[in-house]
Ligand binder design. Structure first.
Ligand code: IPM
Ligand code: MG
Length: 361
């Protein structure tokens, strides 16, 4: 099979972790005799430095031409006070929108060998296995009006949380389809006791669920969800939620997985001009400028994102399983980075990537 993949390393540790993810992708392509065509593009702070734009037109063009895109991370402290359109994050939001990847899948699993890496008690964390399905191209991240106006005490900032029925329906269907391959339970998260937006969300989820009578559905308010994630994470199978709630809850989920460096993600549902599906694959973690360039960052979230790409964009289930198995083997072997190994000598980013490649035999 021919795999046309665009790589967008982005900022900070993005370059280091994607280098290892690409290494694993090459290893898998080699083993299973796939032809891998890699191109590289600019996104985020590096793109602003080189082109003045966080999402250069060329990057958008390359992404729309590729079968799938692998992204590292975006964000640099030097842009903290930059206007919204000149921030690295704007590039990421732009490419998600351009590709139309409305469903962001963030699996959260407590690996048996990482139970001690979580600050939470083992008996709480053990057995956690959920996917947070985060709506990715709507809600408050994109709603208008938005902006800051006025001055002095009358300075006012506005953001708008907006969803249409169509946007809610399509991500709901995606979540329910996923549930069919798992424990058949969807928990929809909202704030319907306060927000009209969430009232529509809940209504549309309930109405769409009728198409899936074999799947159990329940609802939970986002504040309670934040608590239940820690108190009783095993109660969750598929967690379906809107964009900003999903952003927040998935960082919380990282605590269950032992380290945010572990979490992969797949953003799917986008279509190219040809009608073909496309996907954007990125670890959940950020650019971690404090450890960038030190060969310390955990590449397993990025490597897990490669597994997700193989599965969702290319339908290569066996190859995806092989990568996940290799990651599991590396976790057990202890050749892991400092975030997972508070004592003893940690592996470097590249040693961990190498270990994963070696486990693919
Ligand atoms: C994430 C990140 C991004 C988001 C930022 C970098 C724009 O936090 O993917 O979780 O908020 O979506
Ligand atoms: Mg986030």
């Amino acid at each position: 099979m021919e795999l046309n993949v665009l790589v967008l390393p982005g900022d900070g540790i993005g370059a280091e972790v994607t280098a290892q993810a690409v290494r694993v992708l090459n290893r898998v392509a080699d083993k299973y005799k796939h032809t891998l065509n890699l191109t590289e593009g600019l996104l985020g702070g590096v793109a602003i430095h080189k082109t003045g734009q966080p999402l250069p037109e060329e990057t958008e063009r390359l992404a729309l031409a590729a079968d799938a895109t692998l992204m590292g991370a975006v964000g640099l402290p030097e842009f903290d006070n930059a206007p919204p359109d000149k921030r690295p994050e704007k590039g990421l939001l732009g490419i998600r929108k351009a590709l139309g990847v409305f469903a962001n899948l963030r699996p959260v699993r407590a690996h048996p060998s990482l139970l001690d890496s979580s600050p939470l008690k083992n008996h709480l964390v053990q057995g956690t296995d959920m996917i947070i399905v985060r709506e990715l191209t709507g809600g408050i991240y994109y709603g208008t009006p938005r902006g800051i106006s006025g001055d002095g005490l009358e300075t006012r900032a506005v953001n708008t949380m907006t969803y249409t029925r169509a946007e809610i329906e399509r991500v709901t269907r995606m979540a329910f389809h996923l549930a069919r391959g798992r424990r058949r339970k969807v928990t929809s998260v909202d704030k319907s006791n306060v927000l009209e937006n969430s009232q529509l969300w809940r209504k549309v989820v309930v109405e769409t669920a009728v198409e899936f009578p074999d799947i159990e559905l329940d609802h939970i308010l986002v504040d309670n969800c934040a608590m239940q994630l820690i108190l009783n994470p095993r109660r969750f199978d598929i967690v379906l939620t809107e964009n900003m709630f999903g952003d927040i809850l998935s960082d919380e989920g990282a605590v269950l997985a032992g380290s945010i460096g572990m979490l992969p993600s797949a953003s799917i549902g986008g279509r190219r001009a040809s009608g073909a599906w496309t996907g954007l694959y990125e670890p959940v973690h950020g650019s971690a400028p404090d450890i960038a360039g030190q060969n310390k960052a955990n590449p397993l979230g990025a490597i897990g994102s490669v597994a997700a790409m193989l599965e969702y964009s290319f339908g290569l289930k066996e190859e995806a399983a092989e990568v996940n198995r290799a990651v599991e083997a590396v976790l057990e072997s202890g050749r892991v980075t400092a975030d997972l190994k508070p004592t003893g000598t940690p592996a470097t980013t590249s040693q961990t990537g190498e270990a994963v490649c070696e486990a693919i035999v």
